[in-house]
Design a protein around this ligand. Structure first.
Ligand SMILES: *Cc1c(COP(=O)(O)O)cnc(C)c1O
Length: 377
């Protein structure tokens, strides 16, 4: 068991703000709470959306779906990763979970193990990951008519909805979904079509189908960050903050090195703070380090006199397993052992956005949330 020093805080008002913002599309929404709700907490998010009247939730594994059911959610729960075994099928039956069915082998397993049970079919319109071919759906419909399975949903997933230059590809995926739906609609006229992820809901809600499947936008990540459509997700509010304690504050003379590999040398008398978070806690071992003005990785501190303000301190040297070093020479107020450093979030004026961490880590906000969210709340 891992017992990190850092702590994760989830801002439920930000989660609600983002959910209600997406609701303005007018479409019913099936929040995607896979991977522990992108690190925000499976049960917390399931309960929060249920209280908002949500009747559909999407998770990853059947096991994750069962946790949501056991917590008392009584709407539809779709397991996006489908049935991976007969045990999954037994759980799906026992807890009334709707599995994604994406291949003929999958379909035969579902037909053998599930009776009078709803399923969500998945068709591949361009992601080339999971899904029947668009040309396969007539045969899927024929097979289904010989079983007691009910195809309640037809899903497809967009590959590049978050890049404005790929708009044509997104439109094409939508057209292919409609094409693949026809034989299944003949079997079940009320089958629900679902295509729209966060980017689609923000920029092309008309392509989303009858049920939106937002993930990252619910958690305050803007899928259009740094693109010409960034304004579409500008109002989203990050909901996760992460803090870790100061373990030590001490001076270093000019010309001294710090940390493993001695990768950083002080060019002046420097004050350093050692923070209790490292790569074991999901912080990247090799973030971009540079002075603040050059956009290097940093952490933030809250001004004890005025909680909306504070300052940022750059990461220096190598990140270790459970510790990271900061240059706090320019701190406008004194810091001491036991104070908290903000890894993400923090006082309004200097809050660290998930997209900044993503840039320093050379990744996307999704991974930042998933990694840091594994820590204790
Ligand atoms: C993760 C996922 C989503 C949500 O995508 P976002 O980009 O986070 O909005 C929707 N549908 C499927 C099938 C997914 O796996």
């Amino acid at each position: 068991m891992d017992t990190p020093l850092c702590r994760v805080e989830i801002d439920q008002s930000a989660l609600l703000h983002n959910f209600r913002f997406l609701q303005k599309t007018g479409l019913p929404l099936m929040p995607v709470i896979k991977a522990d709700a992108y690190g925000h907490g499976l049960q917390l998010c399931a309960s929060l959306y249920a209280a908002e009247g949500v009747t559909h939730l999407a998770v990853g594994s059947v096991e994750e779906a069962c946790l949501v059911r056991k917590n008392g959610f009584n709407g539809h729960i779709i397991a996006l990763l489908g049935l991976t075994s007969r045990e999954d099928a037994q759980l799906a039956t026992a807890f009334n979970i709707t599995p994604v069915v994406h291949s003929f082998q999958n379909l035969r397993l579902a037909a053998q193990t599930l009776k009078n049970h709803p399923i969500a079919l998945k068709v591949d319109t361009g992601m080339a990951r999971l899904g029947f071919g668009v040309q396969d759906t007539p045969e899927v419909a024929r097979f289904l008519s010989t079983t007691s399975l009910t195809p309640d949903f037809l899903l497809s997933h967009l590959a590049e909805a978050d890049s404005p230059e790929a708009e044509d590809f997104t439109h094409n995926q939508h057209a292919l979904l409609l094409q693949s739906a026809a034989p299944l609609q003949a079997l079940n006229p009320s089958i629900t079509l679902s295509l729209g992820n966060s980017a689609c809901l923000l920029a092309y809600p008309q392509l989303a189908g009858n049920l939106g499947r937002p993930g990252i936008a619910l958690y305050g990540g803007n899928p259009f960050f740094n693109t010409s459509l960034a304004i579409a997700g500008e109002n989203l509010k990050p909901a996760m903050a992460v803090k870790a304690p100061v373990l030590s504050v001490h001076p270093l003379d000019a010309g001294k090195t710090i940390g493993y590999g001695r990768t950083f040398t002080t060019d002046k008398p420097t004050t350093v703070a050692i923070i209790g978070i490292g790569y074991a806690d999901g912080y990247r071992r090799n973030p971009k380090t540079a002075p603040l003005l050059q956009g290097g990785a940093c952490m933030a501190f809250t001004d004890p006199q005025s909680p909306d303000f504070g300052f940022r301190a750059p990461v220096i040297g190598r990140v270790s397993m459970q510790m990271t070093c900061l240059d706090i020479t320019n701190a406008p107020f004194p810091l001491q052992e036991g104070d908290w450093a903000w890894i993400m979030g923090g006082p309004h004026a200097v809050a660290i956005h998930p997209h900044e961490l993503a840039t320093w880590w050379n990744t996307i906000s999704y991974e930042v949330m998933c990694q840091l969210g594994k820590n204790r709340r």
